[in-house]
Every structure is written in C-alpha cells, then in structure tokens.
Design a protein around this ligand. Sequence first.
Ligand SMILES: Nc1ncnc2c1ncn2[C@@H]1O[C@H](COP(=O)(O)OP(=O)(O)OP(=O)(O)O)[C@@H](O)[C@H]1O
Ligand SMILES: [Mg+2]
Length: 302
Amino acid sequence: MSNGFLSIEALAKRFPAQNGEGEPLTVFENVNFRIERGEFVCIVGHSGCGKSTIMNVLAGLDEATEGVVIMNGKEVKGPSLDRGVVFQNYSLLPWLSALRNVTFAVEARNRAWTKEQVRAHSYKYLELVGLTGGAEHRKPAQLSGGMRQRVSIARAFAIQPELLLLDEPFGALDALTRGTIQDELLKIWQGTDQTVFMITHDVDEAIYLADRVLLMTNGPYARVAESVEVGIPRPRARDEIVEHPNYYKVRNHLVHFLARRSKEMAGREHATPTGRPETVSFDDPEKERPAPPQAALYAITR
Ligand SMILES: Nc1ncnc2c1ncn2[C@@H]1O[C@H](COP(=O)(O)OP(=O)(O)OP(=O)(O)O)[C@@H](O)[C@H]1O
Ligand SMILES: [Mg+2]
C-alpha cells in the first residue's frame, strides 16, 4: 500500500486518574492505519473502545496523547473545512435555523460565492435529506432527533470536504430515511474523489457502504486489529448484495469479531509489535477463514 492520503500513526489516548483516585485509563494505544484517497472506510467496535475519540483526533478537535495523523503529507493540527464532520450528537448551532446552520458552513467554505449561490447550494443538500418545505426555518430545539441528524448530514455534505468524517450518522433515522440517505451518500461519494471515514454499529450498513471495514478490539488498550476488505463490486444493489459470495463471509467475520474476538483479543498482551491491522480478504481462497456457522446467530448488542 502507498503512503496513503491519510495516515494514522501510533495513536494513543490516555486519561490520568481523576483527582488522584482510581487508575489512569489508556483508552487505546498503538493505533495505526492508512486510508487511500477516495476510499470509503467504516470502523466498528464496541461502545467505549474509542471510535469517536479517534474521529475527533482526525477532525483536529481532540488531541491524541501520543502519535500523529498525517493528511496530504501534513500533520493534522486543529480543525479545517477540508474535513467535514457529522458528530454523534449532531452539534448544531442552537441559535441558528436549520438553513442557517448549513449556509454558515457553506459561506465559510466558499468565501467568493454570492448569497444566492450559497442559498441555492445549501437548499440542494437540505432537499437531499428531505428537510425543505418549512422545516429548514426551524431551530434545532424545534426539530426531532432524526431531523437534527439530517441537518448535520446536509451541512457536512454541503461543504464538499476532502475527508468526510461520520460518527454513526444514521443512528437516529428510521429504516426508510436511513436507506435513502445512505444511497445519497454513495451518489455524492461516487461522483467525487472524496474520502469517507465512518463509525457504525450496523454491520450490514458497513458492508453495503464500505470498501474496507476496520475492526477495533475492546478497551482499555483497544486497537485496530483487522482491516476487512469487502470485495463486492460497485454499484451495489441493496436487494442483490446478499447474493454476492462475499456477503455472508464478510458478515459472519464481522459478527464473530464483535461477538467473540473483540473481547478475546483485547488487552495489551495481544498487541502485535507493529500495531498494523491484519488485512483480511475473502477474494483469495488461500486466505479464506470462514467464521463458525453459529456466528450468524449472535445478536450484536451495544
Ligand atoms: N475526560 C475523560 N476522562 C476519562 N475517560 C474518558 C474521558 N472522555 C472519554 N473517556 C473514555 O474514553 C473512552 C472512549 O470514548 P469514545 O466516546 O471515543 O468511545 P466510542 O467507541 O465512540 O463509544 P460509543 O460507541 O459508545 O460511541 C470511553 O471509555 C470513555 O469513558
Ligand atoms: Mg462514539
């Protein structure tokens, strides 16, 4: 693999003991992975392993205790409009309407645009997430959780960042809206050379959307243990994807990891010296490692 568009090197996050009580906490350490320009990468792992923290470090909004993030050959230090973020808690400006939350970001990104250009562009993305017809004039407190999440998605998409960082962006949406916006995201991504890094708890969503799925072990001392190549050609049709020979192999592997191996592989003693995730690919029969059949029966719980 080349040096990559985005390189995460030896990242660790540690918290000191609170007021001298309890133990210091190492959430994750020696996290290493790379993302190529134009890739769509999902990351899965149990609650608390540090996914949002990694994303906030990539966004430049949090600092790692150790390690660096390099994007386009430069170290990430502080936020930038080259990176658009959909946060787990939406993070809208509460005093602005949905529309203004979007236009505010679009203006900042495109300083030379006229007011009309900014408005038309913002409307395009609000329309895409189904938030026009009056709802766009409401403030966040007057919107449902799912609507707030959609404003946040429209805002991140509208600034057309080089890197789109999505923290469980569809968690608050009903199945139908979720499917529609997933497809819109794929359309937007496929038409550009944007790179997407997305956190999800939904393995089917990860397989439908991603080129690769990174698997994180449980914390403390969490790490990215594997990089699973989905290997299903695009465009992918939602109702046909399950028929691809890779689908259940990848699905079983992810489910089995979440149900068993994320815990079994947890802890500092299981770390590899390089810290690089092992690549898992199902295209090559030599590397094929089917999970036990009962794996598909495990429920994934948060
Ligand atoms: N200020 C803090 N002091 C101590 N521990 C903290 C602090 N902030 C976060 N943590 C811990 O860091 C860990 C990682 O949190 P993070 O939000 O990144 O997890 P996550 O993988 O995104 O979880 P989820 O799937 O629930 O969103 C958690 O165990 C949390 O308790
Ligand atoms: Mg999180």
